[in-house]
Design a protein around this ligand. Structure first.
Ligand code: HEM
Length: 169
């Protein structure tokens, strides 16, 4: 069991670091940089999504973190049945997991929006058509709305995960 726990912890923590770090960097810096640098930013965004497939890399780390985290929770709580779930650590990891799931859903909307922007950008010839412009603006609006939810829930998940063992409820 110790070996399984070690592997799951390594998978969970390494994937969560990659996922959380990428998500915060994308939302707070790269996304804003792309928006502020107009055409150059659009080309950079297209390269990130269409060539480097950054959204797939982030999705794989997010899914790995959540699957390994859920398995750790399952083992720690003896299949969701032990009193560990009602202990301070169990509640702390549970709250962190809740924020992790909110970060996952909001991140999926964010990442999907960026990928769609990359695809539309690749179709644009010289200037965007009115339809393409309307689509770009609608997607950018959705990304702006979801981004604070994504960043906040990610920070809260990190804070609860890192402190769960030391909390006193
Ligand atoms: C659905 C999402 C998640 C679930 C179910 C989950 C579950 C867990 C569980 C049960 C542990 C304790 C493992 C053990 O017994 O050693 C843990 C530890 C940890 N998790 Fe998560 N987690 C989730 C999301 C996240 C996220 C989003 C982050 C950070 C971005 C994160 C970072 C960590 C870290 C750093 C630890 C080690 C804490 C320690 O050893 O005290 N987790 N997670």
């Amino acid at each position: 069991m110790n070996f399984i726990m070690l592997v799951l912890r390594l998978l969970h923590i390494v994937a969560a670091i990659i996922w959380g770090g990428s998500a915060i960097l994308m939302s707070l810096f790269i996304g804003r940089g792309i928006e502020a640098t107009a055409e150059a930013g659009q080309r950079f965004a297209q390269y990130l999504t269409n060539t480097l497939r950054i959204h797939i890399f982030i999705t794989i780390s997010a899914v790995t973190a959540i699957l390994a985290g859920s398995m750790l929770y399952w083992i720690d709580s003896n299949g969701f049945s032990s009193s560990w779930m009602r202990s301070s650590a169990g509640i702390g990891f549970g709250i962190g997991a809740g924020f992790g799931l909110i970060a996952f859903v909001s991140g999926a909307i964010f990442g999907n929006g960026n990928a769609r922007l990359g695809r539309i950008g690749a179709q644009i010839q010289e200037k965007p058509t009115t339809d393409q412009l309307a689509q770009i603006q609608a997607i950018q609006k959705r990304i702006k709305r979801v981004s604070p939810i994504h960043v906040t829930s990610m920070f809260l998940a990190m804070i609860f995960m890192a402190s769960a063992r030391y909390l006193m409820f």
